[in-house]
Design a protein around this ligand. Structure first.
Ligand code: SF4
Length: 424
């Protein structure tokens, strides 16, 4: 391990500064920081220092303003999508329209807590305000097109978005947990070779309401059951769409809304190092798709490693641990002949031993034309046991939903034959 890796996080004042600023004002990103970003963003999506989108003549033309926030907050004759608004956004919008900000808390409770969307049922609101709600907001959600259920209980939902693009969301039951796996993009540009989603080029990033909408719609469909855990491990790279992902987290965590615990939310990344501080700032759990035991093996299957090599990635993980006091989860996919040998396990252990972490080993889930194979059971067990014997904290990810292609790395926006298995 390099010396730089053993530096304490306190020697990274800028990192801590960013986190402190961020926890106070989650949408704030300084101009300097924006300029220093090395990862290109097609549509920079941050707020403008000290100014709200409605202070700008045409916010949707301002490159430093998020499109969905600007559009949502623009005074307009069209209703705005309720699910795109944080509580602060909602308060600001209502205040601007002459309503008390307390109305925002009441609305959040009706929608996220009680799941009531019909204004006439919102009994503690004035009649006049209830009549205005349909002109101010719409409550459109992604449309369910297909729902399938695996023999092991895992469910997969195919949703159509307003522009006709489709995404998938998985729901995984395990013991007393019910975990939703949310998508953040249509397709993905990261091109990890073992991942089916990575074979589809990025079409676009999802907006906040489309991510919140997956959660809300699935909970509607499974009522009275409730989701207990959220993982951002569906289609797309969450840190390639950070504004929408972290706004979603803020919305679902809100104490007047769904009150989802941050410690039950995991953000997974393939290693977009400049954006990883946001996971620490949001006090959610971090999972890193490691999948290689050195730079060469990782670059072979994850092109992102050329831009942000393992040393940079692990250094950022270390900062996350020191700031949050949480362990990092390293995901490690077992590919027959590529990453499943005992000397690979040895190198993986050496690489991660100085970071408080657990290693999740994931036997590869096959998909068409992947070019990889799943190791046999005895090799998987040998690999796991060897890592354990070295002292690593290792878990084997249970393969769920393989028969319906809902397992890790198998999600896609491919439309099945709708006539054969309609949505229900
Ligand atoms: S593993 Fe994640 S980051 Fe990599 S291609 Fe698949 S969806 Fe994208």
């Amino acid at each position: 391990m390099s010396d730089s890796l053993s530096k304490s996080a306190s020697s990274y004042p800028r990192y801590h500064q960013r986190l402190e600023i961020s926890s106070k004002k989650s949408h704030f990103v300084s101009n300097k920081e924006r300029r220093n970003r090395s990862w290109p963003q097609e549509k920079p999506s941050v707020w403008i220092d000290g100014r709200r989108p409605w202070d700008i003549e045409d916010p949707t033309n301002d490159p430093s303003c998020s499109y969905d926030t600007a559009k949502a907050l623009l005074p307009s004759s069209h209703p705005v999508n309720f699910f795109s608004l944080t509580l602060d956004d909602l308060k600001s919008l209502l205040q601007k329209m002459g309503h008390s900000s307390f109305r925002a808390q009441q609305l959040y409770k009706w929608i996220y807590d009680k799941k009531i969307e019909e204004p006439h049922e919102m009994s503690n609101l004035s009649k006049e305000f209830r009549q205005q709600i349909p002109q101010i907001f719409d409550f459109k959600l992604p449309q369910l097109k297909y729902r399938s259920k695996s023999a092991d209980g895992t469910e997969k939902f195919l949703f159509e978005l307003r522009d006709g693009n489709t995404i998938e969301t998985a729901l995984i039951p395990a013991d007393d947990r019910l975990t939703i796996c949310l998508s953040s993009e249509v397709g993905c540009n990261m091109a990890c070779r073992f991942c089916y989603t990575g074979k589809q080029k990025l079409k676009r990033r999802l907006t906040t309401d489309e991510i919140v909408g997956q959660f809300y719609k699935v909970e509607q469909l499974i009522a009275p059951r409730r989701i207990t855990n959220i993982v951002f491990m569906g289609m797309g790279e969450p840190l390639d769409n950070p504004e929408a992902v972290f706004k979603t987290i803020e919305i679902l965590h809100s104490s007047f809304g769904r009150q989802f615990s941050r410690k039950k939310i995991t953000v997974s990344t393939c290693g977009i190092v400049p954006e990883m501080w946001r996971v620490a700032a949001s006090h959610t759990l971090l999972a890193v798709s490691l999948n290689g035991y050195d730079n060469q093996s990782r670059t072979q299957i994850m092109p992102i490693n050329q831009k942000y090599p393992i040393e940079m990635l692990l250094q950022e993980c270390k900062k996350y641990v020191e700031f949050t006091k949480e362990k990092v989860t390293f995901e490690y996919v077992l590919l027959k002949g590529y990453t499943d040998q005992l000397d690979h396990a040895q190198k993986l252990y050496q690489l991660t031993r100085s970071i408080p972490c657990k290693i999740n080993i994931i036997p590869f889930n096959e998909h068409p034309n992947s070019g990889f194979e799943r190791p046999d059971e005895s090799q998987i067990a040998k690999f796991q046991n060897y890592l354990i014997s070295l002292g690593a904290h290792v878990l084997r990810r249970r393969t769920m939903g393989r028969d319906i292609e809902a397992a890790c790395g198998q999600l896609t926006s491919r439309k099945p034959h709708l006539q054969q298995s309609p949505a229900s």
